[in-house]
Design a protein around this ligand. Sequence first.
Ligand SMILES: [Zn+2]
Ligand SMILES: [Zn+2]
Length: 261
Amino acid sequence: MMAILTGPCEFSRRHLGELLSFAAEHCQLLPIRDAELPEDGRPRTYLRHDIDHSMLDALDVAALEAEHGVRSTYFVQLHSTFYDVMSEQGHGQLRRLVELGHEVGFHYDITYYRRTGQSIEAAFRRDLALLGDLVGQPVRSISRHDPSAAHLEPELLAKIRGAAPFDAYASPFFEQGRYISDSTGSFRSGCWCRHLGEGRKPPLQVLIHPIWWGEQAQQWQARLRSSAEREARQRVAAVDDIIDYYQRFLDMGRDFAGKNA
Ligand SMILES: [Zn+2]
Ligand SMILES: [Zn+2]
């Protein structure tokens, strides 16, 4: 175990903080967009996050990284069941990621396009441009959601890869690089801390899903539920504001058009 560890290796904010602290000093830690930066002598690591469940968790990790001077890539979806970057709140969250110095990439979902009968290429290009508009700069990096469930014909994949400079599942991030992921709340080839002392090349890509790294280490099912409950509490609080607003109109005896019945 690395000397950097002051506590157990676990999915917690504390452990993530010490991983970031060590990596920021000893690795050339980069977002995907910076692949063309020259090497600086330290082992190169690309740090990426796929946002499948919660922008609130993503922003917590984004702020933690900023405290450590780390910049990474946040891959967001446009058609998630769990968060909405088109909403005013979600748009603000995207801008906050950029303010913290991070890259916003597109986490595209082929299965959604298929289920809804859309042309994959046209819908992908539309969404890529839309996300760029929301972020205020062109989106340079893409990652595919659930690649195991979303087989793509090679010609279509080539077209999609042609629309953005960097694909996290292509060279030099994946095919010729090393890759570790905490998908489903489990590192199959060992936690990031086991790889931090490795000086070897080629570069390492680390995929961290912020959802798993809560304040306290929890079972993955409990993390999913507590994260969803946190998002839901925000919506309920917004509904409470609307209730107060409607009540004021009722108290005044008029409707929204200002007309007394
Ligand atoms: Zn660890
Ligand atoms: Zn995903």
